[in-house]
Design a protein around this ligand. Structure first.
Ligand code: SF4
Length: 365
């Protein structure tokens, strides 16, 4: 927290309006899962075979200077030089979130050394049944939990990252939080899914109004022992208590094509350098307020968490709201308790392929 705080304050003092907080470094697109809600693995085979070299990864982080690096993909543990990439980032004192489905974690764990800079961010989309359906792989949950136990026993930092789609049962998600705290993970990360037009399952993406309703049910009346690895103001944003504009430059994406315009989710071209990305992207075309239909329903972490962090440091009010949210808020909410009791449609397997004319755009509210 101190690293992020001092970094953001330095940016503010320097008068920088657009600064990166987390580099989203995608060293490959290959994966050993084919999740129905994922839009990252639909590339042709010759693209899926490509990897960023360690040098390309180091150049990207040196160029943008973000204090944190998230390594998604694809599945980063399938990268043949992932140990070298992580070691190079640790040497640069970057805080790394290695996002993995953990299927290979036990097998590859000896490639890594425990460090305060390295966290395994294990993809788990809920309790056993929900996770296995979301990743279209029976047994995936048990393998991941087993790998988490192994990593924790070896002294690694471990968090979880969870993407929630329409039909998620808030009660089950809350029970999942209990399970993860009992397991001993350091914190939990949450995001609504983004409606990738390339994802096989097009029926279960959330609109903004439903996203807020779902997160209000999940995150109100919070248990004291739940620890989230997210800005508290971003959680309030998900619950509908705050609105923020998107700050896509806050979590820029670098992959085998270069710097992706404008964000982790959309591909409106590429830039060769980070400065070129900042200078040549027409940022006013993005975010919910822009009217861009691709952004209409988006509330994802990679677009809006940097906005929440920026809000913390932009005014005394933002800072005090963060302190209050961190130390004092349990978000008591009777209506949210009632929402928890609402009938939940059974979770359907995420393997139904939508017809082309199914509409995803629920609301820009
Ligand atoms: S609103 Fe979402 S899709 Fe649009 S630029 Fe921001 S993060 Fe990307």
């Amino acid at each position: 927290m101190w690293t992020v705080t001092s970094y953001v304050l330095r940016q503010k003092l320097a008068g920088r309006k657009q600064y990166p907080l987390v580099l989203m470094l995608e060293p490959l697109f290959r994966c050993n899962l084919a999740c129905a809600g994922c839009g990252k693995i639909q590339y042709p085979a010759h693209i899926l075979k490509k990897d960023l070299t360690p040098e390309e990864c180091f150049r990207a982080i040196d160029e943008c200077g973000a204090p944190m690096v998230s390594i998604p993909g694809g599945e980063p543990l399938m990268h043949p030089q992932i140990g070298e990439i992580v070691a190079g980032l640790v040497a640069r004192k970057k805080y790394i979130y290695l996002c993995t489905n953990a299927l290979l974690l036990k097998e590859k764990i000896n490639l890594f050394k425990p460090s305060k800079y390295l966290t395994f961010s294990v993809h788990l989309d809920g309790q056993r049944e929900e996770h296995d359906l979301a990743v279209c792989r029976e047994g995936g949950y048990d393998i991941a939990v087993d790998a988490i136990k192994e990593a924790l026993s070896r002294g690694f930092r471990v968090t979880t990252n969870t993407t929630l789609f329409d039909g998620a049962d808030p009660k089950s998600v809350r029970a999942f939080f209990d399970d993860m705290m009992e397991l001993g993970v350091e914190g939990m990360m949450l995001s609504p899914g983004y409606s990738y037009d390339k994802a096989p399952d097009q029926k279960h993406f959330l609109g903004r109004a439903r996203t807020r309703r779902m997160f209000r049910a999940i995150l109100s009346n919070r248990k004291k022992n739940w620890r989230f690895n997210l800005s508290p103001l971003f959680l309030e944003f998900l619950m509908g208590k705050r609105t923020y504009p998107c700050t896509p430059w806050g979590m820029p994406t670098y992959n085998i094509f270069g710097w992706q315009k404008p964000c982790y989710l959309l591909q409106d071209g590429y830039a060769e350098t980070f400065n070129e990305l900042l200078a040549t992207t027409n940022w006013s075309n993005y975010g919910t307020e822009s009217g861009n239909p691709a952004c209409a329903n988006c509330m994802v972490h990679s677009g809006y968490e940097a906005s929440a962090v920026n809000a913390t440091f932009s005014s005394l009010g933002g800072f005090l709201a963060t302190v209050k949210a961190t130390l004092f808020s349990s978000y008591r909410d009777e209506e949210a308790l009632r929402l928890l009791e609402e009938h939940q449609a059974p979770v359907n397997p995420l393997i139904q392929i939508a017809t082309a004319d199914d509409s995803l755009q629920e609301t820009r509210a």
